[in-house]
Design a protein around this ligand. Structure first.
Ligand SMILES: [Zn+2]
Length: 152
C-alpha cells in the first residue's frame, strides 16, 4: 500500500506519460520520437491490439546509433535508419503472438523490409539475438530516415 502510494507520487513528480509504460527503458521511449511515423503507427496499433486482448505490450528497442549497432554486432541497418522496432514476446501468450503477427502482416506486410534471399517483403522476424526472443518489425528502405547523430 505504502509502496504504491510512493510510486504514485514519484510518477506525478516526474509527470510520467502512461505511454512510456510500454517501453523497456526511458532511453527506448525517448528514441521513439526518432522513428519513422509509419513505425509509430504500427507500435500504436500493436499496443491497442494487445490491450484489447488484455495484454500490456512492451517495446524493447527503437532507434539505435551506428556505434550501438557495431557494439551489438548488428548486421541490419533497420534500427539505425529508424525503420524498425522490437517487441518483447516474454510472458506473451503464444496464441496472442500469432494473432498479433497475423494482424500486422495483413495490414502492413506489403511495406516490410525486402528479404535479401526471397526479394519479397518480410515485415516481422521472430528471433533471439542474444537478448531474448522478440519480434523484430522492419519496414523497407523507402521508410529509412537520416542516421541518429550524437552519442554515436
Ligand atoms: Zn530489431
Amino acid at each position: 500500500m505504502i509502496k504504491s502510494i510512493i510510486a504514485c507520487i514519484k510518477d506525478r513528480v516526474r509527470k510520467k506519460d502512461p505511454f512510456e509504460e510500454h517501453f523497456k527503458t526511458k532511453e527506448v521511449y525517448d528514441r521513439y520520437k526518432y522513428l519513422h511515423p509509419m513505425c509509430k503507427t504500427i507500435i500504436m496499433d500493436s499496443i491497442e491490439f494487445c490491450r484489447k486482448h488484455g495484454f500490456h505490450l512492451i517495446i524493447t528497442d527503437t532507434v539505435s546509433t551506428v556505434v550501438e549497432d557495431i557494439r551489438l554486432g548488428r548486421k541490419s541497418s533497420t534500427h539505425r535508419e529508424a525503420r524498425a522496432f522490437d517487441v518483447r514476446t516474454m510472458g506473451m501468450p503464444e496464441v496472442l503472438i500469432n494473432q498479433l503477427v497475423s494482424h500486422l502482416e495483413t495490414t502492413y506486410g506489403h511495406i516490410g523490409a525486402i528479404s535479401p534471399k526471397s526479394k519479397k517483403p518480410r515485415l516481422i522476424i521472430r528471433h533471439d539475438s542474444g537478448h531474448g526472443d522478440h519480434l523484430h518489425v522492419q519496414l523497407n528502405r523507402g521508410y529509412a530516415l537520416p542516421l541518429l547523430k550524437g552519442r554515436a
